[in-house]
Design a protein. Structure first.
Length: 396
């Protein structure tokens, strides 16, 4: 057995389960497309017998799926041997003993010897590999073929991802609540997502977010974005920084996650809408954050920087707007921010530094009186710092 099947599990690692969760969604949608009636009573299980497993209506194993998204690794012979052994171990639970289905999903092309009885999953015609960032496009294609008229593809995918994320968190919580010694994989094996839940989402024309779902989507989007960039990274020091960040992000409770997301996106009012999700979880913004945390090591407890004289926060601010306009938007969004009480500087990929957001916003007292506001920026000056000035320690 793999170490994950003992006391550990990929479910306990956000960066590990996202890939297998997306693969599970893709496989399920394709089965539904082929014959929804046939698979109506089936269920998806995450990280129990395998990274994910499909069960039939009688509770038998229909297929087992191993997922790997590791840079520069193509030899998985030891994993193939373990996968093959599981067929024998679980043969009394198999849907079809004569033709067991064992699939391997990977981010790059991998050769599999016929002796293992394992099939490389066909993501696309003639292509048996898929990096994490591309799976969402394949899922969107399946949704487009099956959704109801008027439904949003992005909203449906977000709902499916939230369903998987919620299942992971539920399993984790049960693991924490159990007495010491209970294996996480044993808990995961009794937790399953019925295909009927996925059918309900696919039959929806309007998808409403719960606050918890929204935060799970934010967490997943940022971690997946970091993982996608990490696949291109050769520097072990940088890889370690990103991996530490991913682990810490996965640990954040909902309130902490909301505070963090709002802090690094100070000019936007964070709300549980699809539009907000697309804006603050865009590839551009995630790249801005990635560049900052890889160049300047974070304090992992608070995900910020503490210099001798100032406290600074990373952000997703870019140079798409002038510093004056960015400052104005942050000023207008002050009711949703607590960073003025905690931080002296917001660091971003802006064109120039600004010593005082309020001054840059060019808002006069009369305007404040008209709005009935007492600016929190009166209490403490907060500035915006360029990466160049951060690099040079100009405002430390």
């Amino acid at each position: 057995m793999t170490s994950r099947e003992g006391t550990n599990s990929a479910i306990g690692s956000w960066s590990g389960y996202i890939y297998q969760g997306l693969c599970g969604i893709l496989v399920t949608l394709r089965m539904m497309k082929n014959d929804r009636g046939r698979y109506h009573g089936y269920a998806l299980q995450l990280d129990g017998v395998e990274d994910f497993t499909i069960y039939d209506e009688a509770g038998r194993i229909y297929s087992m799926h191993q997922c790997k998204s590791v840079k520069n690794q193509t030899d998985y012979s030891s994993e193939f041997s373990k996968m093959s052994a599981k067929v024998e171990k679980h043969k009394t639970e198999l849907h079809d003993l004569a033709h067991p289905k064992n699939f391997f999903h990977c981010n790059q092309q991998v050769g599999i010897a016929g002796e293992y009885g394992i099939e490389a999953y066909p993501f696309e015609e003639g292509k048996t590999y898929c990096p994490p960032g591309h799976i969402q496009s394949l899922i969107d294609a399946e949704i487009d073929l099956q959704k109801k008229a008027g439904a949003s593809t992005h909203a449906l995918r977000a709902a499916l991802e939230s369903l998987v994320n919620g299942e992971v968190l539920c399993t984790q919580q049960k693991f924490f609540d159990e007495k010491k010694g209970k294996k996480l994989s044993d808990i995961a094996r009794v937790e399953r997502i019925p295909f009927t839940k996925i059918e309900e989402i696919m039959d929806s024309t309007v998808v409403k977010y719960e606050p918890g779902d929204f935060l799970l989507q934010m967490k997943s989007a940022y971690i997946l974005g970091m993982e996608e960039r990490l696949m291109e990274e050769d520097d072990d020091v940088i890889r370690n920084r990103v991996e530490q960040f991913v682990v810490r992000l996965g640990e954040l409770a909902p309130e902490e996650m909301m505070t963090f997301i709002q802090r690094i996106n100070p000019k936007d009012m964070i709300g549980d809408t699809l539009e907000c999700w697309h804006i603050i979880a865009s590839r551009e913004r995630i790249n801005y954050l990635y560049n900052l945390i890889t160049e300047f090591p974070l304090n992992m407890e608070h995900l910020d920087w503490q210099t001798e004289n100032t406290r600074q926060t990373p952000s997703t601010l870019g140079n798409d707007e002038t510093v004056e306009k960015i400052s104005r938007r942050i000023y207008d969004n002050q009711a949703n921010l607590d960073l003025p009480w905690l931080y002296d500087w917001i660091v971003g990929h802006v064109d120039k530094s600004a010593a005082d957001i309020e001054t840059e916003a060019k808002i006069i007292n009369k305007t404040e009186e008209e709005r009935g506001l007492q600016s929190i920026f009166h209490t403490k000056t907060v500035g915006i710092m360029t990466v160049k000035d951060k690099r040079g320690g100009k405002y430390d």
